[in-house]
Structures are given as C-alpha cells and as structure tokens.
Unconditional design. Structure first.
Length: 325
C-alpha cells in the first residue's frame, strides 16, 4: 500500500535552490503515488528514479521520511528482483537488459552510503548483466522496437553500455591477477565503447565523464571530458539533450549532477547558472516542462507523463547535488 505524503501548497515560486528541490521532491512523491495507484507497477521512471532522487536528497541533508523511502524502495525492488535471476529471454524485444537494474547500480556508485540496495542484491544484478551482455561487448537496447524505447532514457546502445560498464565496476577485485568475470566483461564493454562512435548527446558526455572519474583517469583526460560537457551549456544556463536543443530539466539536472561528481564546486559560475535555470523554470507543482522525443522515423507519443517524471527527477537531483542545502 502506498504511503502518501501530502503535497505542499505553494503560493509563490521557489526563491532558492533548496526550496525548488523540496518542491520537486514533493511532486515526485505525489506523482509516484498517483502512478502506483493507477498503473500498479513501478517502471523505469516512477520506481527507479523515485528511489534515486529520494536517496540523493537524503544524502545531501534534505528531510526525507524514512518510511516513504523504505516503501518506495520495496515497491521498486519487488518488481526488479522478481525476475532478475531468470535466464535471458531470447525472444526479440524481450532480451533487453534490465534498465532499472543498471540505473540503480549507478545510484549505488554515485551515493556510496546508500541503503536501498544490499551487496547481495547488487551481486544478483551483476549476474543479470553477465547474462545480457552481447557477444560484441555491448549492452543493447536496440533489440526492442524503436517506438518502445524512446529517448532520452533509452537513447542508444552507447548509453546502455556505459551504464553496464559502470554497474559492473564494484564487482571487479582489486587484485589485477585475480580471475574475474566482471573484469573480463567490463573489458569487452570498454573495447566496444572505444571503437564505437559517440552519439554526442549530453547524456553520453555526462556518463563518459563519470566513467573517467570512476576509473581515475589522468587529470588531463577528466578535464577534457569536463570541458566537453561545459561547452554544451546554453546561454540560458541550462543544457539541452542534444546539441543546439532547447534547455530542459533532464539534461540540465544530469549535467549538474555529474559535474559535481567530477569535483566541480557549487560556486562555479557554470553550475550557478544551471541551478538558476532550474529554479526559474520549475512549474508551480514542482515539476518541469518536458517534451517527448522520438528516434528517427518515430513519432513521439502524446503521453508526457514518463518524460515529465524523468526530467523532474533529474532536476531535483541536480539541485540537491549542486544547489547546496
């Protein structure tokens, strides 16, 4: 049964990043509960992103009710772990890697003290990733019809492979001489990424930056990845999902989040401008305006509920990490 957290009534726009983040959290909880009652499932957005956003906010000092986070986590994991240990389904369109599993694994890396996923659960997810890696080393979303995997969340196999590569990192032993299936599979994913042309989306640049930070690559390489993401910032302070696109909360929140994880300080002008964009563009209900995109040749769905939630979750996480408390 869902635990409802009543939404606050906001008479005036948020004036500070903290106020905007709190308003966004209020929206996420309210909207997740609504989805839960009407759709009866957790999904990649109203499950996965709720857990990540609430866990991130809690780690940054925001007041997140323990019972709300626990209930949302259970709701999400009940579906995630129900079939995570099953063999790979070879049917076309059913053989995709579990996206919530990869994103929640990334959450566990980004927030080291998180308690949503246990070590055993992360190990089970790693087993799922082993079974779902392609022969060429990639993790493929392209096995499903393009209409069923809209961007930016299902942007490309590059994004899926970056997620899978990073999700496996905690399972690689520190001793380079110790045999490790996780290391072997990460090496295959790294080789695929190295020879594949980047899709050049803001999301791809952000994830590659985090990959470089996690791998402790030379400062010059990390700086190059950081600069590539900073150069994508629009004049209004936000980021667009692709080059020359209008700024939105999804890309802006994501850019801020991973720039902070790369070590940039909150007082950087670029981060302050990004935070100001999110504060100034937030809707009265705590969400952000989003528009659907489609892969080439695919007409985007009229259902903006999922992308509004995705965008709002990233907006909240960007504010929580880069806006200060």
């Amino acid at each position: 049964m869902a635990i409802f957290a009543p939404a606050c009534i906001h008479a005036e726009p948020a004036k500070t990043p903290a106020q905007a983040a709190e308003r966004g959290l209020d929206f996420l909880i309210k909207d997740a509960n609504k989805w839960r009652e009407e759709k009866q499932c957790s999904t990649c957005h109203h499950g996965t992103m709720t857990v990540w956003a609430l866990t991130e906010a809690k780690s940054q000092g925001y007041a997140v009710k323990a019972e709300t986070l626990a209930d949302m986590t259970k709701w999400t994991k009940d579906r995630l772990l129900e079939k995570i240990d099953l063999p790979r389904d070879k049917r076309p369109g059913f053989s995709m890697v579990n996206t919530p599993a990869m994103n929640l694994s990334l959450m566990a890396i980004a927030i080291p003290k998180q308690e949503a996923l246990s070590a055993d659960e992360l190990k089970r997810i790693a087993g799922h990733l082993f079974r779902h890696q392609e022969e060429d080393g990639s993790f493929a979303w392209s096995s499903a019809p393009a209409a069923n995997r809209p961007p930016p969340f299902f942007e490309s196999d590059e994004i899926a492979t970056l997620l899978g590569y990073m999700a496996l990192s905690p399972h690689v032993p520190s001793d380079p001489k110790e045999k490790s299936e996780a290391r072997d599979r990460r090496d295959k994913a790294a080789a695929w990424l190295a020879k594949s042309e980047s899709t050049d989306t803001t999301q791809a640049i952000a994830y590659r930056l985090f990959r470089d930070v996690r791998a402790e690559r030379p400062a010059k390489e990390v700086q190059s990845s950081t600069d590539a993401l900073l150069k994508r910032q629009n004049k209004d302070g936000g980021w667009g999902q692709v080059k020359d696109a209008h700024s939105d909360a999804y890309a802006t929140g994501q850019a801020l989040y991973f720039l902070r994880l790369a070590g940039l300080k909150n007082d950087r002008d670029e981060l302050k401008r990004g935070v100001a964009f999110l504060v100034s563009t937030q809707n009265d209900d705590g969400s952000w305006l989003m528009k659907r995109r489609g892969h080439p040749g695919v007409t985007p769905s009229n259902n903006i509920w999922p992308i509004t939630y995705f965008g709002s979750a990233w907006g909240v996480m960007g504010l929580a990490r880069a806006g200060g408390k």
